[in-house]
Design a protein around this ligand. Structure first.
Ligand code: PMP
Length: 282
């Protein structure tokens, strides 16, 4: 992807700029110390999907990471709508990021300004394959006493990037990551669900992101009176299941056909949930 071409207009600091003019200093704190938090939001029919939830999570991430943004939730909401409009997007993706400027080259951030950028572009599909092949990652997700896991922060993606690159090098689409206690956590950028004997299972968010798509899926299950359980699960329970799928804003709901050598043939629940999810986009 060449974002200078794909993404036309960006909000940065306090104005809307052409993407190629949106410059930040090379010594900005967040580039060196990963001191930024961000969101990813889908746009369907010109409307940002579950925007309020994403704005809530962005501000929660800011709180956790001590980022004091000089803007209110409703102002960031308006900027998201405006960026969609200025880029003439019907369907696409919005990426707000809150980050620190170039006023400190030490971990401390006493003098650093806190900035917001919002970009948006047309982005149809995240995974090329309709069913994914996953592999178990060697990297483990940290616990909340090791890292601020409840924040959607840039720093927490280091192991996701390493794990996903390794997986792709070996012919897989993505990974299953365990947490530091060896419970199933999530993939590099999605929450994970599986089905065993018609009951749906998903890990807690102790060591994984509280996904907004995960919440939507859990609500559908509740409304449709489908049995589900949220808990701590070992990898053998995932391997022993009948069907697996991932959820995330960019990838929506996507079936998993394989985890290492274990093949999953069923897609019935995934397809049912995908249909229900599609109804919410209208
Ligand atoms: N886990 C991780 C690590 C993610 O990056 C994402 C994508 N934001 C998710 C889960 C899914 O979250 P959401 O449904 O809010 O996009």
């Amino acid at each position: 992807m060449n974002f200078e071409e794909i993404c036309k207009i960006i909000f940065l600091k306090n104005k809307y700029l052409k993407s190629k003019d949106s410059k930040i200093h090379i010594l900005c704190h967040s580039l060196h110390f990963s001191s930024s938090v961000f969101e990813g939001i889908r746009v369907y029919n010109k409307k940002p999907f579950f925007l309020e939830d994403h704005i809530e999570r962005l501000f929660k991430s800011c709180d956790i990471m001590g980022l004091k943004l000089d803007l209110k939730k409703n102002q960031v909401t308006e900027i998201c709508y405006e960026v969609v409009k200025k880029n003439k997007l019907n369907n696409g993706y919005i990426r707000p990021i809150v980050f620190r400027g170039a006023q400190s080259m030490a971990p401390d951030t006493k003098d650093c300004e806190v900035l917001l950028s919002v970009a948006a572009w047309k982005w149809d599909i995240f995974y090329k394959n309709p069913s994914l092949k996953l592999t178990l990652a060697k990297w483990k997700k940290p616990g909340p006493d090791v890292s601020p896991v409840a924040a959607k922060s840039s720093g927490s993606y280091q192991i996701s990037t390493l794990a996903k690159n390794d997986a792709m090098k070996n012919g897989f689409d993505d990974v299953v990551m365990l947490d530091h206690k060896n419970y199933v956590a999530e993939s590099s950028s999605c929450n994970i669900f599986w089905i065993k004997d018609n009951k749906v299972y998903t890990p807690t968010t102790r060591c994984s992101l509280a996904g907004i798509t995960r919440k939507i899926v859990l609500n559908i299950l509740k409304n449709k009176k489908i049995k589900f359980k949220v808990g701590n699960y070992r990898i053998n329970e995932l391997f022993d299941s009948d069907e697996v799928f991932l959820t995330g804003t960019a990838s929506e709901i996507i079936n998993v056909s394989q985890i290492d050598k274990r093949v999953f043939k069923k897609k019935k629940m995934t397809n049912f949930l995908k249909n229900e999810f599609d109804l919410l986009k209208k």
